[in-house]
Design a protein around this ligand. Sequence first.
Ligand SMILES: [Zn+2]
Length: 503
Amino acid sequence: MRVRMQVFGALTAVLVGAGALVLAGDPTAAQGAPGQPRYTAGAPGAGDAYFPFAGNGGYDVDNYDLDITYTPPAPAPAPIVGQLTGVATIDLVATQDLDRFNLDLRGMDVQSVAVDGKPASEVSPPAHGAEVEGAAYWHVQDDAARVWELTIQPRPKIKKGQTAQVVVAYGGQTTRPEDIEGALYGWVTMRDGAMVVSEPEGSMTWYPVSDHQTDKATYSFEITVPEGKVAVANGLPTRDPVTEDGWTTWFWDAPDEQASYLTTASVGDYELRYSETDDGLPIVDAVDDALTPANAATTEASLGLQPDMIGFLEDTFVPYPFNSYGSIVDDDTVGYALETQTRPVYSRVARESTVAHELAHQWFGNAVSPQRWQDIWLNEGWASYAEWLWSEHSGGDSAQTIFEGVMDIPADDPFWDLAIADPGPLGLFHGAVYDRGAATLHALRLEVGDEAFFAAAREWLVRHDDSTGTTEDFEAVYEEVSGQDLGAFFDVWLRTPSKPITW
Ligand SMILES: [Zn+2]
């Protein structure tokens, strides 16, 4: 969900100047062309205009195996600083002939790097275009420019289509990282553990990663914490936790393709509750034992609705896309909830509407992810619209009534000043992305009729399952299924920074 930001009157798409930096050669240089080397550097970014250095080029990750040991902060008045050491084993396949490639890693120190068992030596970042001898790695961390890049030069080089296994040992103090807007995200250190919520590119604060949703992968986790603490990640436990010498190791496996921002490994004083839906989908909830009584009661009631909500959304759209579900409800707060895959994280309380929202993201956002961050209305518009549908289904206000409430916002209200199909990196979590996004979907439903509206939604989910899609892809599905020209409709609702009046 992320926090609903107040409406900014003069919000503009401010891009940090980092885009001008080039860290790893020229990714557009033709490979194998006369005068060009055959093996080149993978790009330092996935090509997302909002976060130019998130993700990387030249390879696709198949699997991350994360072996993490975490020590939470000492009791107050000690600073809220934890200690993390990790070994990340990353299986990837080269998509070009690779001389070098990058991983994203922020705020952690690298102890060693090996590729296919061959260790690389740490060197200082070379000047642009300079040669480096042998297998090597270097780490650039520029907080001001928001550039965090670990460059690895494997030897031998990796041929296009070849697999490679990269092992990075790393670690450091954990703090409370902030995203581009200044909101807490990533590995957020808490007194009793950590809330791990990494949208849009905060996974790099706790493991080396190609931190963009265009490179989805599977995950496995071994998380070791002081005895008594519980570590909860995505997917399902693969075995019982093992306790030895005052430390407990928790084992989790997430076999469904997953975007990096949807990875979690939260640590706290959780009670684990195992159940399943009538169809046999496993549900694992982790509820902090220190919620206030009122928040615990609200949370209990909301989580009890999860099986009904899953059934409702399956009937409305397509079958639930992953191997498990459940929620993490922490007594700490980052100020928002996040739809981490199979296991959303909630701050202090899980309310019914928020639970419907984060559950709907498992289809809209997680199974089908926004190809670029500018497409985030496809996440938040749908998840908000699912709240409206659930409200109507469960006897609350109808979707039409809630839509009319949004349309009652006066035309001169700054709410309407945002073109939600390109909200800018500081506008990702602007209220209009949510509410105008949902209103766009309801207006679309009125425009094409219920049958085409839901048929196209199902087609969207099937066509882009385990992958990503753009706003333009979405528009194409709706035009195809409805047989209508919707160009003017989408221009008015998505690309015009004023209140839709006619369409
Ligand atoms: Zn959301």
